[in-house]
Design a protein around this ligand. Sequence first.
Ligand SMILES: [Zn+2]
Ligand SMILES: [Zn+2]
Ligand SMILES: [Zn+2]
Ligand SMILES: [Zn+2]
Length: 388
Amino acid sequence: MFCCTGRADHVQTPYEQKEGCSCLCGVVRVMILGEPLKTTLCHCQDCRKWTGSVGQMAVWYHREDVLCSGELAEFGTSSRVRKSCAECHSHILTSLPRAGLIEVCVGSASQLSLNAHFFYVTPMIDFGDDVPKFVDFPASLGGSGVQASSWDLHRDVTQAFHGSCLCGSVFVSISGEPKTTAFCHCLVCRSWTGSSGHFAVVFDEDLVQISGELISTRHGHRNCARCLACITSRHSAAAPGFLEVCGGILHSPPRVQAHWNYGQRILSVKDGLAKFKDLPTELGGSGDVLGQEMAAPYAVTLERKGEGHEDLGLELSFAGRKCRVLKVRRHSLIHDWNQSCACDSVVGIYDRLISINGRTPTTPEEGEALGRETGKLVLIFAKFQYFE
Ligand SMILES: [Zn+2]
Ligand SMILES: [Zn+2]
Ligand SMILES: [Zn+2]
Ligand SMILES: [Zn+2]
């Protein structure tokens, strides 16, 4: 447990004290003069809407221990002031004037150990760690101090997606299905969002409608012109029609399906989802997935009344003579299964499909034929998992 007013001995120093940290463009520099108090990930709505991600991840300091140089853009709410680089819009810090504290965003940090999650009620990612998880804040910060004993990931059921930024002047609406969803751990995403990564909900660009004033950067990022909340991003020129909408601004986002650039992570996630070393091939990456196939298979049992009504939801790859899951479509039988089962039997990207009702598909045609079967379906998979 950390102490919120004193100085915790076991908090690692995430920034070199002489070097401090900087934004993506290098204009803003943060000098750290004192010891860190704690490192937290806050999953509250405001932090989600500002970072566009799962929440703000920050290292706390006394106000007098943090010095900033370079031009900052500010947005104040009742209790907090959010500050970003005026040039590249990297999220730099959140200040709590009444408490005399500053939360410095983790963007360029290299080593961190998290001390607490705040507002861990319906997290967008279940981190699978043993860090204390408060339902709001610790009592020393004016919260209830109650720790969450159980939690559920948000339900992923919506047919159309809507969202807005922290100040409410930018609105986003999308009338179609995401191509994929992922959490990207790269340095650029961390610096831009002020979180441990960027929650990318990838859509066909033509489906995304945005109103309100946006400002763009040379990194392909777009932020709200007023509150500087993260709105959209692009990882790659290799996929020009794909637009990444920030999942944290959506009222009811789809679930994260994979992790990108996991080799660059500062915070591990033990959620059983596929961990791409860099990016999937369709976004110009190597497509390499970290980890190994589990020896013990898992079973998925479904009841399908008729093929015409119920999509099984699996998109399969037969590369390397193994049948692997490329994607699980939303509004499908497997998608519903994934929302109600335990983490170790979630059908994930890159898991191997061993059989459907005892038969193993070896070609796309066989996969499609088996995927059309009705009645009772027993699917056997082998999970592909990364162990920290
Ligand atoms: Zn900058
Ligand atoms: Zn928060
Ligand atoms: Zn805004
Ligand atoms: Zn990234």
